[in-house]
Every structure is written in structure tokens, then in C-alpha cells.
Write a protein that binds this ligand. Structure first.
Ligand code: ZN
Length: 441
């Protein structure tokens, strides 16, 4: 019998965690944090000091108290985003099983433990992309998939009753710039008996397909090729884990003979992990200034240099108060902005009122300083309606459970899945946190 229990990330965006049980063995798929609730709860950056019980109480991390830990044979995060891995350091001590994930995910997870001084109980086992691993009686395939962080896996969990596919998160990018295209033929070949598909539904209401990463690259190339590189500084910000984007931005800056300077700890972390696993060595020969005291000193030096030679990459695109960008615009760091400089936001804004207003505030202050703003130079990493439809048509699941989305997004997903012949309650199942889906046949 296959059972799927929603522990986190159902009817909400964040703290993803799913329990998959077959007879008397279970796997945990993802163990993430709810980033918006974390920001509401505390702005303390010292994550190692936060109490697990308080984080559970405030619904920042999943509540796994009711899980029978003795049955768990493995914890399997699908990729390295914090809403999929960042609860592991708080919760894994209650489990007695390895953590299995792709190499980049493993590196980021190790840094999550080390940087925040968490003690780790269980082994992290790095599984190559496209490898197949036996975990208890499960066979887990880490199938390569495009998203917005390297080594994202679509998890194909083969059980004696059929396959469960965990597609959380992904988009089908047929023109990625730093990795292979998804192998849809192979995906089809291993999908002869897919009992259940658990899939993200964040952008189910967006018609069309999510634009390829190469579209964002084209937008960046347009900006770089259309300016005078002798006159102004380029400031750039994006998700620190968006390695494809950072790789391209750094190479573009090199092409135009700019010096590159990275400000912020998370840029150092994610780019170093990318180099360690051989995804991108773009951090080589780049000046990286991770710590606040050094950032301040370096900015003072910059004030005496020819700044138009630089592209300066920094953290803080979501308006985070502690990050370099907000500190700069709020006068907590030396002013290195000059009229006419470019500021590129290669990201979207997470749709939370607090984050939207923090970003707006930053944009207004940058405009007041006379900067030229380039916003939404971005392509999302999440599946839109036609990506979802394509996935469904390739794997033809018997049942679908939409995850990683609000109830409204789940409804929107069901609306189009009905066009594909699925039926609410019969073959499309909405779970709330705590609910369980049991497949009897
Ligand atoms: Zn993700």
C-alpha cells in the first residue's frame, strides 16, 4: 500500500516536506523552511541559535512530531533551495538514516550545517545526477531536471506497487545555458507505471510555458551591449543560488573588460559549492568580499578608484534588511552609487507584502540617487501551465497531488488537469498539511 502524507508545503508556499510510506518503510522527501515566516519570526541571521520547537510552533519548519521515525530509511531532498533543505539541520537529529541528494545539494546542505554551527548526526550521501540508488526497499532515481539551481532532481521513487514521481520544483527548459536539457524521452521510458505524481503548482495559473533561462540571458546581453562601458558602474543582484544567471553575468562583465566584485556571504557560499562540484568555476579570479567589516573597508577603497571599470554583484534583491543592498541604500555602508550607474535586478520579487514594500523602498532610494534601474531581468524557475501539461503527458500518472502552492493555485492546477482527463477527488487530490492520501490498489 502506498501512503503519501503532507507534512509541509501543501496549501502554502514553503517548508516542503512529504512522507512517502510503502508498507512499513518510509522516505522523507524534502525538509524545507518557510522563508517568509522565518523573516516574520526573526531577522537574526544566526540560524544555529534558533530553537526547533519554536520554529515548529511558528510554522517556520514542518511539524514532524507525529512521524514514526523508526520507519524512515532515508531523507531525500530534491534540490538545494532553502524551502526544500533548510529544516534538515533542525530535524535530522531525531532520525536515524542517511540523507541522499545530488552533489550540489549535498554541498549546499553541508554549508548550511557548517556555516550555522549545527551538529550533524546523519551521513549525507552524494548521489550523481541521473543515478539510481537503493534506499531500503525503494529505488530512487535522481532524474536531471531544469529549475533555477544546479543539480535539481525529479525524484522517481520506484516501489513494488509502482512509481511515485516527486516534481517539486522544476520547469521544462529546452534551452538551458549551463546544463543539459531534460531528457523527456528517458522520462517517458521510466514512466510505464506511475501511480502518483506530486508536482509543484506555483505558476499553474500562468498560461504558456515558463521562458527558458536563455531568455534571461538574452535580456542581460541586450543591457550589456547597449551601454557605454567607460562611464558607469554596473550593479547587479540575483538569487545567490541562481548559478546559471551569475555565471552568465560574470562572463558578460569579463567580455566587456570589467573587474568583478562580489559582496555578501551567500554569493561566496553558492558559487564556491558550484566550483566544488564542477558546475561553474566563474568564481575563479573574482574578488569576493563576504563579511560585513571587510565590505565596509573595501567600499571605502572603491570611493577612491575608477568605479566605472566594475561590475559589483551584491546580496539583498528581496530587500532583506541585513543584506548588502539595503545597508547601502540606508547609509549603513559607504555610498558608492553615482548618478547614471546601472542597477540590474535579475530576479522577481517574492509576492509577500513585506518583501514587496521593502523592494519598492530600495528602488525609490536608488532612483533618487539617479541610478538607472533594470528590473525583472529574469525568467522564473517554476513550471507554468504548459510545462505542467507536458510533464503530465510524458509520465501519464494515475493520480496527481498538487503541492508547493496555495489552495487557489491547487484549484488552478485542477482546472487544467481536468482538461487532460483527470477528475477532482478521483484522480486529483488536494492535501492540506497533516492529510494523508492512501492508494489502496
Ligand atoms: Zn526550488
Amino acid at each position: 500500500m502506498i501512503r503519501i502524507r503532507a507534512i509541509g508545503g501543501y496549501g502554502e508556499i514553503g517548508r516542503n516536506m512529504t512522507l512517502l510510506t510503502v508498507d512499513d518503510e518510509s522516505l522523507v522527501l524534502d525538509m524545507g523552511i518557510h522563508l517568509e515566516r522565518l523573516v516574520e519570526y526573526t531577522e537574526d541571521e544566526d540560524l544555529g541559535k534558533l530553537k526547533t520547537s519554536e520554529l515548529i510552533k511558528h510554522e517556520v519548519i514542518p511539524n514532524d512530531e507525529a512521524i514514526d521515525k523508526k520507519k524512515i530509511v532515508g531523507i531525500v531532498p530534491s534540490h538545494g533551495h532553502l524551502d526544500h533543505i533548510a529544516a534538515i539541520p533542525y530535524l535530522e537529529k531525531n532520525y536515524d538514516c542517511p540523507i541522499y541528494c545530488t552533489p550540489y545539494t549535498a554541498e549546499v546542505l553541508k554549508r548550511q550545517f557548517d556555516d550555522n554551527k549545527f551538529k550533524r548526526k546523519n551521513k549525507i550521501i552524494s548521489c550523481a545526477v541521473n543515478s539510481k540508488v537503493n534506499i531500503g526497499s525503494f529505488v530512487v532515481e535522481f532524474v536531471h531536471m531544469t529549475h533555477s539551481i544546479p543539480h535539481t532532481a525529479m525524484l522517481f521513487v520506484h516501489t513494488k506497487y509502482g512509481t511515485v514521481v516527486y516534481a517539486n520544483d522544476f520547469k521544462i527548459d529546452l534551452h538551458p545555458t549551463l546544463c543539459d536539457t531534460p531528457n523527456l524521452k528517458y522520462i517517458e521510458s521510466i514512466s510505464s507505471n506511475v501511480k502518483v505524481l506530486i508536482t509543484e503548482c506555483l505558476r499553474a495559473q500562468s498560461l504558456s510555458r515558463t521562458p527558458s533561462e536563455s531568455v534571461a540571458v538574452q535580456m542581460l546581453e541586450d543591457i550589456f551591449s547597449g551601454i557605454d562601458h567607460k562611464r558607469n558602474t554596473i550593479f547587479f543582484t540575483s538569487f545567490s543560488s541562481q548559478i546559471e544567471r551569475l555565471h552568465v553575468a560574470i562572463h558578460l562583465a569579463r567580455k566587456y573588460n570589467r573587474k568583478i566584485l562580489l559582496f555578501g556571504r551567500s554569493l561566496e557560499k553558492y558559487l564556491t559549492c558550484a566550483k566544488t562540484v564542477g558546475v561553474s568555476d566563474c568564481i575563479d579570479d573574482v574578488e569576493v568580499v563576504p563579511y560585513r567589516a571587510l565590505v565596509k573597508r573595501r567600499m571605502k577603497q572603491l570611493q577612491r578608484e575608477n568605479m566605472s571599470e566594475y561590475m559589483i554583484v551584491m546580496t539583498g534583491h528581496q530587500g532583506e534588511k541585513q543584506a548588502v543592498l539595503a545597508s547601502m541604500v540606508n547609509g549603513k555602508l559607504p555610498n558608492i552609487f553615482r548618478k547614471g550607474d546601472l542597477f540590474i535586478f535579475s530576479c522577481n520579487t517574492i509576492p509577500s507584502p513585506k518583501i514587496i514594500s521593502a523592494r519598492q523602498d530600495i528602488e525609490e532610494k536608488l532612483e533618487q540617487k539617479g541610478l538607472r534601474l533594470f528590473t525583472d531581468v529574469h525568467a522564473s524557475g517554476h513550471a507554468s501551465r504548459e510545462d505542467l501539461r507536458d510533464l503530465i503527458s510524458h509520465i501519464k500518472p494515475q493520480h496527481i497531488i498538487p503541492a508547493h502552492g496555495t489552495m487557489q493555485m491547487m484549484q488552478s492546477f485542477a482546472d487544467f488537469a481536468e482538461q487532460e482527463g483527470y477528475e477532482r477527488k478521483k484522480t486529483i487530490h488536494f492535501l492540506k498539511v497533516g492529510d494523508e492520501f492512501v492508494l489502496k490498489d
